[in-house]
Design a protein. Sequence first.
Length: 88
Amino acid sequence: MATKSTLDRLTSLGEEVIEKASQNPSLARVVGAATQLKDRVDDLSKRVRGLEAMEKRIADLEQRLKKLENAQKRATTAAKKPPEPPKP
């Protein structure tokens, strides 16, 4: 039961600090800037996650393209070879 009252007091104290901070223009700007920074970091982390998925897709496409290019080279090389003369 003592823990709950301690938590209640901390919560109350935290609420008081936030209320006083919101009344102070300088602190309000700092809190606003910190909130804006948090939002920007969240947005940036979402973009980075999207880039990681895109990089994986590009790597997969590069592998597929390399296989296709190799197959095309083999087909071109086989088509350019002159036919072997018949053996007597």
